[in-house]
Design a binder for this molecule. Structure first.
Ligand code: GLU
Ligand code: MG
Length: 456
């Protein structure tokens, strides 16, 4: 396939190659403000035209809430009129191993004149990467993806496809054919798996994706979902990517590992005390803005339900070295692993975040820390959840926002992160969050989680 990133692929050539390979259609996908993938599919013959001028889609996708209700509460998008153009990014196009009639491409959304559309989340991340570049920095990002595997069934059926034990090969035997398809299809779709295992609860699995530049990492996070779902369907299984599929289920974190680099040097490189000055400033920047960042990386009612102390989900705001209860877990390199391995993991992140916005928020917060030359307090190696209120107050460790209103206040009150989204997108994003919260008002927590279970 002509999909290398060093040359802009020519749509006609790509279409001809796809056609020769028996591919009939191209699915163009993006993620909305709820982290829900949306798409349009075109026949391969239409690709050259669509690659140039896109497909018409409603502006209202920016104000769909988590249950597909449209909110008109955001002033900029308060009417049913308006159309924008969804354009495939040919650089990211891959024929889908698990769906042989289709190729997949990430989409960007332009306004009707082909100019940037302020609600396009992918452009927000592209901008942020550019900003980093101006400061002489590049970033590497890798996602860890946790999900539940269930038997296919009606909307209310919820039968784990593996019984555990946690991390056991015996658990995986129950989903052996699915796992084999995942391994093969990921490779065929150009997704490099770091490792794959049975996670903590019944039904839960995890895989990690190899690090890449941020925009590619977000594109691949979406492609990974498509690839996983196709493999599950073929094997009579159903996946939940929801942050918390049910109160009693294990939470699904979609942890973000990031490192920043200057002149080919990993600034996160360090030891058990932490990274060097600039890497420490990056973590300090993340910590400073964490309540606002989490409002974007773990933004939904499902996210808030997942963020329970004691579940390795990152509920208290602090950092630690290899501390799995910390929302910011510093992973130092070592003599054995090399300094390139060093990174910081954000655990307060899940599939209900738009991946482009999530990475943009993370990089903006971290880069601001570097620009401001922040210093970092010593790491916390214990679980602050086991401390008294008084001890936590002494160490200045607080819970991250627990409600939609608290998250909104943390985000709008932050001096840096709102500007990353821009006023229009921020307005739409918050309107959607309020719409979700209002719809949940007269529903039980169980009911809300059940409604989100299969959405991502
Ligand atoms: N399942 C946990 C979460 O909700 C994470 C467990 C782990 O540290 O891998 O994020
Ligand atoms: Mg895990």
């Amino acid at each position: 396939m002509t999909t290398t990133s060093d040359a802009v692929p020519d749509a006609r050539t790509v279409a001809a190659e796809l056609s020769d390979a028996g591919v009939a259609g191209v699915t163009i996908s993006w993620a909305d403000n709820n982290g829900i993938p949306r798409s349009r599919t075109v026949p391969v013959s239409a690709l050259p035209r669509v690659a140039e001028t896109g497909i018409g889609v409603t502006t209202l996708f920016a104000v769909f809430d988590s249950s597909d209700a449209i909110t008109y509460a955001h002033e900029g998008l308060s009417s049913p009129s308006g159309d924008v153009r969804l354009v495939p990014v040919l650089d990211g196009l891959v024929p889908l191993a698990g769906q042989p009639a289709l190729a997949w491409a990430p989409g960007r959304i332009l306004d009707a004149d082909g100019a940037p559309w302020p609600y396009d989340q992918r452009a927000v991340l592209e901008r942020q990467v550019e900003e980093l570049g101006k400061a002489g920095l590049t970033a590497l990002v890798g996602y860890e993806i946790e999900f539940g595997v269930y038997a296919e069934g009606g909307p209310d059926e919820f039968v784990p496809a593996h019984p555990g034990p946690a991390y056991s090969p015996h658990a995986l035997l129950a989903v052996d054919e699915f796992m084999a398809d995942v391994l093969r299809d990921f490779t065929a779709n150009g997704l490099e798996i770091g490792q794959l295992h049975a996670e903590y609860g019944p039904a839960q699995m995890e895989l990690s994706l190899a690090p890449s530049d941020p925009v590619t990492a977000a594109d691949r996070q979406l492609l990974a979902r498509q690839t996983l779902r196709a493999a599950a369907r073929r094997n009579g299984l159903r996946l939940s990517f929801a942050p918390l599929p049910a109160q009693a289920a294990a939470g699904n974190g979609w942890h973000i590992h990031s490192s920043v680099w200057r002149d080919g040097r990993n600034l996160l490189a360090g030891n058990q005390e932490g990274p060097g000055a600039e890497g420490a400033a990056y973590i300090a920047g993340l910590l400073r803005d964490l309540p606002a960042v989490a409002a974007i990386t773990a933004p939904t009612l499902g996210s808030l339900a997942r963020l329970r102390p004691g579940f390795f989900a990152g509920a208290f705001a602090f950092w630690g070295v290899e501390n799995r209860e910390a929302p910011l877990r510093y992973v130092p390199g070592s003599k054995f692993l090399g300094s390139d391995h060093a990174n910081v993991e954000l655990k307060t992140s899940d599939a209900s975040a738009n991946p482009y916005l999530a990475l943009a928020a993370v990089l903006a917060a971290g880069a601001a820390g570097v620009a401001d030359e922040l210093s970092l307090e010593p790491p916390v190696q214990a679980d602050p959840g086991s401390w008294s209120e008084k001890e936590r107050a002494e160490q200045k460790i607080a819970l991250l926002p627990r409600t939609q209103a608290e998250q909104e206040a943390a985000l709008t009150g932050n001096p840096r992160i709102p500007a990353v989204l821009g006023d229009d997108l921020l307005g739409a994003f918050l309107a959607v969050r309020r719409s979700d919260a209002a719809a949940a008002e007269d529903r039980s927590p169980d009911d809300v989680l059940a409604g989100l279970r299969w959405r991502y």
